[in-house]
Design a protein around this ligand. Structure first.
Ligand code: AMP
Ligand code: MN
Ligand code: MN
Ligand code: MN
Length: 273
C-alpha cells in the first residue's frame, strides 16, 4: 500500500494531464492517489476512462484559505467532486483567482514589470490561474532570472505580490469539504514558517473549525519534522495524511510516491474511509 494524497495536474500548476499523472503514479508504485489541484476539480472531468485501472483514485482538492493574514492550504480528500456546495465554493475560488491575478499584475506593474496579466493568463490557459503562471511568464519574457527568483523577491510568502485577502476563512472551506463527504486536512503545516506556538494555535483553530487531519508527511522531509508533526496531530486528535505535492517530473524532493511512510503511531486518514 503506497498512498500519495497530494498531487497537481495541468488543471492548476502541474505539468501533466490527469491521465499522464495516473500512469506516472502507477509506474512509481502508488496504489492510492489523490489529485488535489488548487481550487479546482476539473481534472476529475478530464479522464477518458472514469476509473483508471491499477490504482485507487481518491477525489480531492487543495483549497486556498487565509488564517490570521497568512495564506494556508486545506486539502479536501475523498470528496464528492460533483457536490453542489463544493462546486459553488470552487466557482467562488476561481473568481477570487481572477480578481487576485489583476491585483498581482497591478503590483508588478508598479514594480516596473510589463504585460504580466496577459502573459500569466496565456501561461495558465484553461488552468486555475496563480502565482506560478506569473513566475513562468516573468521568466520566459526575460524580466526575471528564473521562477525561484520571482518567488523569492516578489511572489513568495510575505512578499509584496503575495495577495491573500481574497481567500476565505478555514471555516467556510472546511464546511464545504465536509458537506461534500470529504475529510479536511491542513496541508504542509511546515511550509507556513510558523513558530511552534503559532503552529499549535493553527492546529487548535483548524480543529475548532471542523478540520479533521494534518498532512504529517509532505514530500521528502527530515525524520525530525515528521516526528514533530505526528506528535502535533496526536496531541489534537487529528488524523494524518501524506503526499508528495508533485507538480512536475524532475523534482526529486517531490517525486510521486517518494515521500516517507506515516509513522506507526499516526492514525491515517484513509482508515476513516
Ligand atoms: P497560488 O496557488 O497562486 O497561491 O500559488 C501557490 C503555488 O506556487 C504553490 O502551490 C507552489 O506550487 C508555488 N510556489 C509557492 N511558493 C513557491 C516558491 N518559493 N518557489 C516555487 N514555487 C512556489
Ligand atoms: Mn502549486
Ligand atoms: Mn500547497
Ligand atoms: Mn499542493
Amino acid at each position: 500500500m503506497l498512498a500519495d494524497l497530494h498531487t497537481h495536474t495541468l488543471a492548476s500548476d502541474g505539468t501533466l494531464s490527469p491521465e499522464q499523472l495516473v500512469s506516472h503514479a502507477v509506474k512509481a508504485g502508488v496504489t492510492m492517489l489523490s489529485i488535489t489541484d488548487h481550487d479546482t476539480v476539473a481534472a476529475y472531468r478530464q479522464f477518458e476512462k472514469p476509473h483508471p485501472e491499477g490504482i485507487q483514485l481518491i477525489p480531492g482538492i487543495e483549497f486556498s484559505s487565509r488564517w490570521r493574514n497568512i495564506g494556508i492550504h486545506i486539502l479536501g480528500l475523498n470528496i464528492d467532486p460533483d457536490a453542489d456546495s463544493l462546486l459553488e465554493n470552487v466557482d467562488r475560488q476561481i473568481s477570487a483567482r481572477h480578481q487576485r491575478a489583476e491585483q498581482i499584475a497591478a503590483k508588478l506593474h508598479k514594480l516596473g514589470f510589463h504585460d504580466t496579466l496577459n502573459g500569466a493568463k496565456q501561461c495558465a490557459g484553461d488552468a486555475a490561474i496563480g502565482r506560478p503562471h506569473f513566475a513562468r511568464y516573468l521568466t520566459e519574457s526575460g524580466q526575471v532570472k528564473d521562477e525561484q527568483q520571482a518567488f523569492k523577491k516578489f511572489l513568495g510568502q510575505g512578499k509584496s505580490c503575495d495577495i491573500r485577502a481574497v481567500w476565505p476563512t478555514p471555516e467556510t472551506l472546511i464546511e464545504s469539504i465536509r458537506d461534500a463527504g470529504g475529510t479536511a486536512v491542513l496541508a504542509h503545516p511546515a511550509k507556513y514558517k510558523l513558530t511552534n506556538l503559532r503552529l499549535e494555535e493553527l492546529a487548535k483553530d483548524f480543529l475548532a473549525a471542523g478540520g479533521q487531519g494534518i498532512e504529517t508527511v509532505s514530500g521528502k522531509q527530515p525524520a525530525a519534522l515528521t516526528d514533530r508533526l505526528s506528535r502535533l496531530a496526536n496531541r489534537h486528535g487529528l488524523l494524518a495524511s501524506c503526499g508528495s505535492d508533485f507538480h512536475r517530473p524532475g523534482q526529486p524532493w517531490a517525486a510521486l510516491g517518494a515521500h516517507n511512510p506515516l509513522p506507526a503511531s499516526a492514525r491515517p486518514v484513509w482508515e476513516t474511509w
